[in-house]
Design a protein around this ligand. Structure first.
Ligand SMILES: Cc1cc2nc3c(=O)[nH]c(=O)nc-3n(C[C@H](O)[C@H](O)[C@H](O)COP(=O)(O)OP(=O)(O)OC[C@H]3O[C@@H](n4cnc5c(N)ncnc54)[C@H](O)[C@@H]3O)c2cc1C
Length: 271
């Protein structure tokens, strides 16, 4: 059996992906700890089509094989994404790990993916048959499960430009190399006294990232004064929603951390 393919172009990679079962390999930082794969690898690091970062007026586009270090070093990459990426692993992991791998690994603890969820990012999935663009939240089906077809690759992340502030915090065991116990990404924006953006995404509490447009709509379109009056209702709605799964860290502890992070996010934004 061949142990891997090293295509030089996206077309070549998609042709191989469509022809036989392979495991896409970007930085390998998640794959290397999974152990021996039975299928050959499809190495993505030589594909120039997956390595761009383009900042535009209406939105940003980031190639799936961009590493975290490349994102941090790029002056045009969104500040909100950088805030999450800065918290990832140690330099060795940031130099190899990619944004596409962070999304496709489908871990609810993934930091960049969490922020992308708060940012309403869209994903471009391509195969030799064509392409589709879907919201990031629709991509995950569960822990380690995605809607990615066997012949598809994630090629690009599309991020809408928004005039808002960002917030990212993760609570982990150790700062360096810490995988999140609970993490939170939020965006908040207002114009002429009206709240235009309020995204709240929780990581590491469920099988996939937790976001509730219904709860967020309690604030969006309201004045700051109305939001302050609805703050208790807002917090209660999240208290009902967040039912952390029992893991190595107790569920009540994680629920309490979520509530604290949400309150801190609101306080930072004047609510
Ligand atoms: C010591 C250590 C510390 C870590 N710390 C953190 C941390 O703090 N925060 C965090 O979020 N993560 C952390 N991670 C996890 C990991 O580094 C990230 O999830 C990283 O983004 C994975 O990217 P990669 O390119 O290495 O993925 P890979 O290992 O190459 O791939 C991961 C998965 O995605 C698939 N895949 C990759 N790219 C594509 C694509 N373009 N299309 C389709 N499928 C694709 C692969 O087939 C595989 O299933 C850590 C890992 C280690 C080993």
């Amino acid at each position: 059996m061949v142990n891997g393919y090293r295509p030089n172009t996206l077309a070549e990679a998609l042709e191989i992906r469509g022809r036989e079962r392979v495991v896409p390999y970007a930085g390998g930082t998640d794959l290397m700890i999974r152990g021996q794969e039975e299928l050959p690898f499809l190495f993505l690091n030589r594909l120039p089509e997956l390595r761009h970062i383009t900042a535009g007026e209406s939105g940003d586009r980031i190639g799936a094989a961009c590493t975290f270090s490349e994102i941090l070093d790029h002056p045009g990459a969104p500040a909100a994404l950088k805030a999450a990426v800065r918290e990832i692993g140690a330099p060795a992991i940031r130099n190899l790990g990619t944004i596409g791998g962070n999304i496709c690994n489908a871990s609810p603890k993934a930091d960049a993916a969490l922020m992308l969820c708060a940012m309403d990012a869209m994903l471009r999935l391509q195969s030799a048959r064509g392409e589709r663009i879907i919201p990031i939240l629709d991509f995950w089906l569960g822990r380690g499960k995605t809607t990615l077809g066997v012949d598809e690759l994630l090629t690009e992340v599309l991020i809408p430009r928004r005039n808002c502030r960002h917030y990212f915090k993760k609570v982990g065991a150790r700062r360096a190399l810490a995988i999140s116990r609970v993490s939170f990404a939020g965006l908040f924006g207002e114009r002429d006294g009206i709240i235009t953006v309020c995204s709240a995404a929780f990581g590491a509490v469920a099988d996939t990232v937790l976001r509730s447009p219904e709860n967020e709509s309690l604030f969006v379109g309201k004045t700051m004064a109305e939001a302050k009056a609805k703050k208790a209702e807002f917090l209660a709605a999240y208290d009902a929603l967040i039912q952390p799964i029992q893991g190595r860290v107790s569920a009540p502890y994680r629920k309490k951390v979520c509530a604290n992070l949400l309150s801190d996010f609101l306080a930072e934004n004047g609510i």
